[in-house]
Design a protein around this ligand. Sequence first.
Ligand SMILES: [Zn+2]
Length: 273
Amino acid sequence: MEIFPLQTGSVKVKKAQKSREKGGMLRVLTSEKWTDWLPIYAWLIKHPEGTFVVDTGETSLTSRSGYFPKWHPYYRYAVKMDVSRDDEIDRQLARYNVDSKDVDKVILTHFHTDHAGGLYHFSNSDILVPKSEYQNAKGTIGKLRGYLPQHWKDWFKPDEIEFKKQNYGPFAESYPVTKDGSIMAVPTPGHTPGHLSVVADTGDKKVFLAGDTSYTEQLLINLQPDGVTPDTKQSLDTQMKILKLAEQGPVIYLPSHDPEASRRLSTNKTLAV
Ligand SMILES: [Zn+2]
């Protein structure tokens, strides 16, 4: 099995989102301190059972007026995107000689725009999403929460992952993505209540495709929740489980917006706990 980074452009958020400050979400909206440009990673896994993609990154359509709802305070005050057409996931996959139409399965960590924005490239693929996250992202309530279901295509009918009561290290539930069990999904709620992560076991290590369980590896080690999580206790519980998994064996921890993630993957730098 081989794993490759797909950088689908960059995003800027508030520092108070990257690392939670007093006031939580309100602080995210009102603060004027921005992060540097952060990468938006998705991941390609070439596996004997097929070609897998974890998250779909962001779309260049975000630069069009009206793509983001102007009435929504988060889009109005708290996020900036830099995504060109060449940054989109189909072009990033082409760099590894993969046509997006040949991807067998796409697994979404969660439905935030910078993870789900490239979904429309995968009309041919099975799309696996966490069941509760999908339910939360749908419809008017989903829009109020900041999801963008209005951009889903008519053909979008994902397979909803229901976790099985089968423990995987410190995680009490899991879901096998491949028949051989070398790619697993585990529930990692916190950043969103339905968030999942994907673990690819290469034999000598586990590559933890973390989504937004933290914005950097250091913030995980510091057990630092982000500023948008609705449940900091849940977020900390998830972070502690990831650290516990890394105590049980070598783990390369790859959050979606960590500028060091791609380098850690290429140099096999494991999480030191
Ligand atoms: Zn997110």
